[in-house]
Design a binder for this molecule. Sequence first.
Ligand code: ADP
Ligand code: MG
Length: 385
Amino acid sequence: MIEIRTVDQLHVDGSRVFYRVDYNVPLEGTTITDATRIEETLPTLRLLRERDAAVVLASHLGRPKGQRNEKFSLKPVRATLAELTGANVQWADDCIGPEAEQKAARLKSGELLLLENLRFHAGEEDNDPRFARALQKLADYYVNDAFGASHRAHASIEALPLLYDLEHRAGGLLLAKEIEFLQKITEVSDRPFVALLGGAKIAGKIEPLEALVKRADTLLIGGGMANTFLAARGVNTGASLVDKESIEVAKRIATSKIVLPVDVVIEDSSVVDVAKGLTEKQKALDIGPRTIEKFAEVLKKARTIFWNGPMGMFEHQEFAKGTMAMARAVAEADAITVVGGGESVEAVKESGYADRISHISTGGGASLEFIAGATLPGIQVLRAS
Ligand code: ADP
Ligand code: MG
């Protein structure tokens, strides 16, 4: 069990708190197209402001690679944050230096100061202790809710909290919730535990896949990932997306716990039996109706479900049926349900079933690393003992 110190244990009254968030929001120009990541921080912000803390907010956005680049400015977040909190939100054009220090020093209880992108400084990704010390000047306490960045040993995630003693650093409510639910997947108590996996490739997901093979009772595999497993079993996958480099891995982890599609939808929307195989030019782009039924049957009996990876090329409506049907089956199951991953989360939101999922993880890569059993630096530094 991982137990971290949480924000409610800190005596922040009347103090300044450095709040590391993940406001890496999708932008079209300067318009935020999805404010979920800002909304997710509202509970912690409310708690801090109720306790009369002044909050200095810091985040990364995109990959400016250590240089100032207006395209990756956090400025567009300011108005949305003010609107959602009703607070006075101030702005500092640089996350360190005299302007940020003066504004932080003058910040009153309940006020917020949003800092410019941390990654405008190379020190952030370098985990540079000097950069961390410059950030430390802004606040008396440190709180981290940036779960999606906590698998990175970056200055605001690792070096900075280490400059605060245990009484002055903690995880926020969002981070605590992530750990609580992901731990239900790593230390399963309610079985059957079913892992529903898909997406493009196996590559990049080998460790979580192996960890799930050990822990899950059944693994339902669809999407591009299934093609690779089918190819490993000698099925003719035609022109389907197959992660050739991972065929050996797929052979190695073969187990009777793995359930693969029995039919697939190809590019002209017709259904092909997997037993028959695909012709050279055919491409599997979704799971077929018999597979949907088979997977849904297994999900119905599950008590714990973890889902990562869409069942097909769901971005095209013709190939979204399998993914949408799984979203529904996961939502309707009488189980603890956790969804993690970039496109998987998008798909669940599109399906309209998001509010019936126990936990939608905010960190794609971080949630998979957690499930694989990796020690995440940002969580490690917040452990209670
Ligand atoms: P996540 O971001 O949830 O971890 P991935 O990044 O692994 O998921 O995969 C998502 C992508 O996989 C989607 O863009 C989807 O179009 C693609 N995909 C899923 N199944 C197939 C398939 N059969 N053929 C081609 N692409 C697929
Ligand atoms: Mg992805």
